[in-house]
Design a protein around this ligand. Structure first.
Ligand code: SD4
Length: 321
């Protein structure tokens, strides 16, 4: 039988242990819910569209889809059908979506001629037993779901002629506003649930059939409803070889802030990569407590929206040089 003395000793030990368990305090929370964070300055319009969807009663997932659809329709030169073509002169689109509750995900890659890849990714998640569909089969599925098909053969930016007319052949390894601008958009809902999405036409001038990081879970996007979410933009090859957004979320799980986690992943990649000064990668992250952050190997503007605030913020190239 447990003596009174042993019981008291055990109770004291339990009480001491409880006070040592780190708990998210109110002070750590920034109370910025719902919070929407996305890549690049054009993310601001996407964030605001996402906020409208939330204010209309939509879920974080609805916010993600609405926001990214806005970018896919915006004439952006690296998202949706207005994106610059691959080396053969036509567009192949990649997208994925993740919903924190239930850890659900859907993804499409190499999708041609469909207006809203993010919505196709959502339908893969919600209406098939699978996570990822590619190429013509992804297109067939999109059409069977009533997704809008657009003939882009006359689009000025989607022709071999346009490509040939470029003064300078854009090299897929260049990182600048001319050749890529993926949207990764993260939502922390007022109820504390998370969702995220990513959509891109990929690197301009990529090989036909090339798939980047954007539709790959854990690379272009990762959401863990217990911890946080992260999204990537930049040279996909340098993101997907490191499962970068998965790692960002894991660093947040270990206690890093979103900014620290993004920086730690850049540190990790730089320490492993044979070309640590040519990475061209940028990340955004949010955590469950409503904190957000970013880091990029180049200066990186990103968009942040929460009630009463919608701005483009910027981080300097990390690490500074
Ligand atoms: C890709 N990560 O296909 C995408 C391109 C991108 O900013 O993010 N551009 O590699």
């Amino acid at each position: 039988m447990t003596s009174r003395r042993t019981f008291l000793q055990q109770s004291a030990a339990v009480a001491a242990a409880i006070t040592l368990i780190p708990r998210p305090s109110r002070a750590m929370s920034t109370d910025k819910r719902p919070l929407i964070v996305s890549t690049w300055p054009f993310g601001k319009a996407a964030n605001e569209q996402a906020m409208k969807a939330l204010q209309a009663g939509g879920s974080p997932l609805d916010g993600v889809e609405a926001g990214i659809r806005q970018t896919e329709d915006s004439g952006n030169l690296s998202v949706g059908l207005s994106g610059k073509p691959n080396a053969a002169g036509f567009g192949q689109l990649d997208a994925c979506i993740m919903n924190g509750p239930g850890h659900q995900a859907g993804s499409v890659a190499g999708l041609e001629g469909i207006r809203h890849p993010i919505s196709v990714a959502r339908r893969v998640m919600e209406r098939t037993p699978h996570v990822m569909l590619v190429g013509q089969s992804a297109r067939d599925f999109a059409l069977s779901e009533g997704q809008e098909s657009i003939d882009t053969s006359n689009h000025p930016a989607l022709s071999a002629k346009w490509w040939a007319q470029q003064e300078r052949q854009v090299r897929p390894t260049d990182v600048n506003a001319d050749n890529h601008d993926t949207i990764a958009l993260l939502v922390l809902g007022a109820d504390g649930t998370l969702a995220g999405g990513c959509s891109t036409s990929g690197l301009a001038g990529k090989m036909p059939g090339r798939v980047g990081d954007s539709p790959i879970l854990g690379s272009g996007l990762y959401v863990d409803n217990q911890v946080g979410a992260a999204g990537a933009t930049g040279i996909g090859e340098n993101v997907m070889r490191y499962c970068a957004t998965f790692l960002i979320v894991e660093f947040m799980r270990q206690g890093a802030t979103p900014t620290e986690a993004c920086q730690q992943v850049i540190d990790r990649i730089r320490s492993l990569d044979p070309k640590p000064n040519e990475l061209g990668i940028c990340f955004v992250a949010v955590d469950k407590q409503g904190r957000y952050g970013a880091a990029g190997t180049t200066e990186f503007p990103y968009a942040v929206t929460y009630p009463g605030y919608s701005e483009v913020e910027k981080v300097a190239a990390y690490p500074g040089n």
